[in-house]
Design a protein around this ligand. Structure first.
Ligand code: URA
Length: 240
């Protein structure tokens, strides 16, 4: 890849700043100073340094975002703010995308990465990874609803969902619940409650498998995952 792209990707500054570094003679490819931004380098097999410090190459980036309500889960949109707009421009350089979809009014855990293989794994119905949501529901959520979810409910288009685990935290005029689903149909949680004549007033994804939203992250904040967390994500298994 081109040295200017590599350095911009790795956070050495904007294209302009990177050009300046090159011009200064700060950048070396196996001990040879390179000044031309178009020079092709192999960051895996060559020793690329800036002021003597080795440039490590991370082809993939992984971010955990606490999605706020009001932004859409897309890479671009002409009207609405997207989840990618919440990332620092430098973090957008490697063209990450959101894994799965949360509705505009849904909050909570969202993975943003450019690792297509991991995205595919996490979304694959075969993997059966449970996604857990906290929700506030109008009215009393009952044992009958818990049983119906356990059986699978019929959505408005006739599709019968896979079994879902519904845990009632408190049930009153407004109920609080956790629900875990293993599929990702459009508006699935809202449509499942609609199937039992109930309305979801607030929805927040709190975990995917045993991977939980970091409670240090305020709405709209995100952070990069460390290597251990990425390893963990890659080995997330469905609950047996
Ligand atoms: N189910 C929904 O209805 N909405 C979401 O955003 C996620 C799951």
């Amino acid at each position: 890849m081109r040295i200017d792209k590599l350095l911009a990707n790795e956070g050495y500054g904007s294209r302009k700043e990177v050009k300046q570094l090159l011009k200064q003679g700060a950048v070396r490819q196996n001990d040879h100073v390179i000044k031309n931004g178009k020079t092709h380098v192999d960051p895996v097999n060559e020793n690329i340094t800036v002021f003597g410090e080795q440039v490590t190459y991370k082809p993939f980036v992984y971010f955990m975002l606490h999605k706020p309500a009001g932004v859409i889960t897309a890479t671009e949109d002409s009207r609405d703010e997207t989840v990618l707009d919440l990332l620092d421009p430098l973090d957008q350089l490697r063209e990450p995308f959101p894994v799965g979809r949360l509705d505009k009014d849904t909050e909570g855990l969202l993975l943003i990465t450019n690792d297509g293989k991991l995205a595919h794994q996490l979304l694959s119905p075969k993997k059966n990874i449970g996604k857990t949501y906290y929700a506030r529901i109008d009215g009393k959520v009952t044992k009958a609803d818990v049983d119906a979810f356990q059986q699978g409910v019929q959505l408005d288009d006739g599709y019968v969902t896979k079994p879902a685990e519904l845990e009632v935290i408190n049930s009153d005029e407004e109920s609080e619940i956790y629900v875990t689903i293993t599929e990702g149909k459009y508006h699935q949680v809202k449509r499942m409650f609609a199937a039992v004549d109930k309305y979801v007033r607030y929805l927040k994804r709190v975990s995917m498998g045993d991977w939980h939203l970091d409670d240090q992250l305020e709405k709209g904040e995100y952070r990069e995952l460390d290597e251990q967390e990425v390893y963990y994500l890659k080995h997330l298994e469905a609950k047996k």
